[in-house]
Design a protein around this ligand. Sequence first.
Ligand code: SF4
Length: 95
Amino acid sequence: MSGRPDADRDTSAAAPESGAGTQTWRVRVDATACMGTGICAGVAPGRFRVRDGVSHPTDEFVPPTQQVVDAAESCPLEAISVTHRDTGARIAPEE
Ligand code: SF4
């Protein structure tokens, strides 16, 4: 044991934009619910891409970022889910 609290964590996929924390979030779009409005792509540019009428996250795993929360909260069909990668705990949209 090294004694470092984060010594056993895989932070390779986590590149915090602000340097705050080492969490990684998982972003998913329910293709059966998505209507391809493109709102998410407008709210979070570069985070979602609408293709063939369905939105897709550009990256499934992202560092914590308010943009994906805003996108999930803005989706009129609640097709976007943001969860903690490791715990699966729901981050957005709020229940
Ligand atoms: S805002 Fe929701 S319904 Fe609209 S494209 Fe994005 S995921 Fe699909």
